[in-house]
Design a protein around this ligand. Structure first.
Ligand SMILES: O=P(O)(O)O[C@H]1O[C@H](CO)[C@@H](O[C@H]2O[C@H](CO)[C@@H](O)[C@H](O)[C@H]2O)[C@H](O)[C@H]1O
Length: 672
């Protein structure tokens, strides 16, 4: 099928202009770039919609959020209520994964306006006989819109309202809840206003909103240390990872690796004959992006691996890296998909300042772009057919945005349960644009945000700006490319600190697992973030039981995340004030509280971010946020240590030593 380009476009509501529509609807939120891009939610999540809604004069208004699955004929409605200052609010629940649409409509509610006036006049002792006739007329008109028993009942109530000499009972009937409900049901929406855009909502599977990723290189899991591992051998890791609470097992590329310009150990430009090469150098005579590296096994072995992972509660995530080793079949079959220099050589790929001498970038300005796009999309479809639903996409920012807009929409239309993590460590606007274009999750700058101030500021950017509507952060304390100097220099306590922060600040987090569990901390050279003897270029034999490992802590934190819905979302977070002895803000103790939709789960995390010293201080718990007095008594229970504390009032003492667990993860019981 040829790609048919469609860029993101706002969809206007097509109702005819009617000069009698007096209601104004403005500043609808969420709305991304005038409706060009969808808002994102996961299945079952509440979608809050707000708008400024007002009209001339003092008439009363009614408003609805209208919503439906894209393509459905019937629109559903949910009422909106005024909040303050002409701002209205309503909500609906995201359904199954797929696309939905919503907009706002509002109208002058003549019946409500009439009722309000009637009450005022009755209270002032005025004659309301004409008013009752006006009201009765509205009720009879509603009766003509109604059916069956409702129509008859409205007629009856209309008569009661005008019945001569029966004023109190007429007013009573006018104000009855029964009439209110019937009038709502057969509301007169003549001259209503519809917001001029139909906004779209991308509903993702639950795992897009709450996921725990573990990255490993399957080739390092041979039963014979030093040999190339297979999927079958790597399967022995699955029960262990499932028990540790991971639900996404992410594999770097699993395809044949090129020989030409193959990289050697520690990123050497020359490989030795027994070097396995970087697995991102995709393609050899054995095949390209839809083939499996022969030493890992067959497609059937891969299928078995995917099923085995599923039986341990994990989805396998594949790395999609659209680039080719010079040995990739596409280079021969489709030379026009690459840029050739005048001397007949091909430009190698870059992600400045990094240089990838063993791969060729794809040319998104190729004359054959339609064929190219189709082939790239089909790589995803191929692996989806093999049972994969989660993809980590390598450097999407070095590929055309228009391609992603198209490809992700195409894939989602057929498979709305797919999840795409954008591995783009680049400029903020570029990362945001990828998220707008359909990526379900995004890598972030978390790794480089280390002080309390940096972390709080970054979380505010992610959760208190428009980003929260369409960009889901995924926090990684390390990756095979990034061993931050904080981890290089501060020992095991820093691994625990960064673990707790990643896992409790963000509902989606992941780790390059073996190296993280074992607190690997040696860089290839001082000042670099690359690992020494990086697994990217060689087969490793990990001793996962090595002393000093943090497996138990990781397992405990993943368990806590699963047990507490407050930690399964990112946006609802409040940073708390923590005071040091002198009364000034503590710069080493960080505290934040998270809660779920109905506040049935409240989690307070306190972290000592100093890996070298113990710290204590006083934290202020925001009781007022929960409608409680400042001297309220409540209980907190540390989910890590099991210790329980009864706290009285908003200020409470905390102390944390980095030698043990440098954090408390308290479940908060406001009414013990
Ligand atoms: O550019 P990033 O830092 O985001 O890193 C990602 O993409 C890189 C290119 O795919 C990838 O780099 C690795 O593979 C290259 C191709 O084989 C090789 O030249 C690099 O030396 C190697 O690091 C990186 O792993 C990936 O995360």
């Amino acid at each position: 099928m040829k790609p048919c380009f469609y860029g993101p476009e706002p969809h206007p509501v097509t109702s005819k202009f009617d000069g009698r529509s007096r209601v104004i609807i403005e500043r609808v939120s969420p709305e991304i770039d005038g409706g060009r891009y969808p808002v994102k939610r996961v299945e079952g999540e509440l979608v809050h919609v707000e708008a400024d809604i007002y009209t001339d004069g003092a008439d009363m208004l009614s408003a609805l959020v209208r919503y439906r699955r894209s393509g459905a004929r019937k629109w559903l409605s949910s009422p909106m209520e005024p909040v303050e200052n002409d701002r209205w609010s309503g909500s609906f629940r995201a359904g199954e994964p797929g696309m939905m649409e919503y907009f706002v409509e509002a109208w002058v509610d003549h019946f409500a306006t009439w009722k309000r006036g009637l009450r005022k006049k009755v209270d002032a002792g005025q004659d309301v006989s004409v008013d009752l006739e006006i009201g009765a007329l509205m009720v009879r008109q509603a009766s003509s819109r109604a059916e069956g028993g409702d129509a008859a009942r409205l007629q009856e109530l209309g008569s009661v309202i005008v019945a001569a000499g029966a004023e109190p009972s007429a007013v009573e009937a006018a104000e009855s809840s029964e009439l209110h409900e019937l009038m709502q049901r057969y509301v007169d929406k003549a001259h209503m206003t519809q917001y001029d855009l139909q906004l779209s909502l991308q509903v993702d599977p639950a795992i897009a909103g709450f996921s725990t990723w573990y990255e490993l290189f399957p080739r390092s899991w041979s039963c014979e240390p030093g040999q190339h591992g297979t999927f079958a051998e790597c399967s022995r890791m699955l029960p262990r990872l499932g028990k540790m609470g991971f639900d996404v097992l992410y594999l770097p590329p699993i395809h044949p690796i090129g020989l030409t310009k193959r990289k050697g150990r520690n990123n050497a430009l020359q490989a030795s004959p027994d070097d396995p090469g970087s697995c991102w150098a995709i393609g050899s005579p054995d095949g390209g992006h839809t083939a499996i590296h022969p030493e890992l096994g067959t497609l059937d072995d891969f299928r078995k691996f995917v099923r085995a992972a599923e039986s341990e509660g994990m989805q396998v995530a594949l790395d999609i890296a659209f680039q080719c080793s010079p040995d990739h079949p596409w280079v021969r079959e489709h030379p026009n998909w690459f840029v050739w220099r005048p001397d007949g050589t091909v430009q190698f790929a870059e992600n400045p300042p990094k240089r990838y001498e063993d791969i060729l970038p794809i040319n998104f300005e190729s004359e054959e772009w339609e064929e190219l796009w189709t082939a790239l999309r089909d790589v995803f479809l191929f692996w989806i057919a093999e049972g994969v639903r989660v993809f980590r996409v390598d450097n999407p920012h070095t590929k055309s945005f228009r391609f992603w807009d198209w490809a992700l929409a195409e894939i989602r239309a057929q498979h709305p349960d797919t999840v795409f993590l954008a591995e783009a460590f680049t400029r903020p606007k570029v990362m945001a644009r990828l998220a707008k274009g359909g990526y379900s999750q995004s890598y972030t700058y978390f790794t480089w945000r280390n002080t309390k101030h940096e972390l709080q500021e970054y979380l505010a950017e992610l959760t208190a700006t428009e980003l929260r509507e369409f960009m889901r952060p995924n926090f990684w304390p390390n990756t095979p490319d990034i061993l931050h100097e904080e981890l290089q220099n501060n020992g095991r306590p820093m691994f625990l600190i960064r673990l707790v922060l990643a896992a409790t600040l963000s509902s989606n987090y992941g780790m390059y697992g073996p190296a993280y569990e074992l607190c690997e901390h040696l860089p290839v050279m001082e000042g670099k973030e690359e690992y020494l003897d990086s697994e990217k270029y060689e087969i490793k034999a990990w001793d996962m039981d090595r002393p000093g490992n943090i497996r138990a802590e990781i397992t405990a934190i993943n368990r806590i995340r699963r047990q507490h819905p407050a930690l399964q979302q990112t946006a609802d977070i409040t940073f708390l004030r923590v005071d040091a002895a002198g009364g000034h803000e503590h710069d080493k103790l960080m505290a934040y509280v998270k809660k779920n939709e109905d506040a049935s789960s409240i989690v307070l995390t306190v972290v000592n971010i100093d890996p070298h010293a113990a710290h204590d201080g006083w934290l202020r718990f925001p009781l007022e946020q929960f409608g409680l007095s400042h001297d309220h008594r409540f209980r907190v229970e540390d989910q890590l240590s099991g210790a329980t504390y009864d706290w009285t009032g908003e200020w409470n003492y905390v102390a944390l030593h980095p030698a043990g667990m440098p954090a408390h993860i308290f479940s908060v019981h406001l009414h013990p």
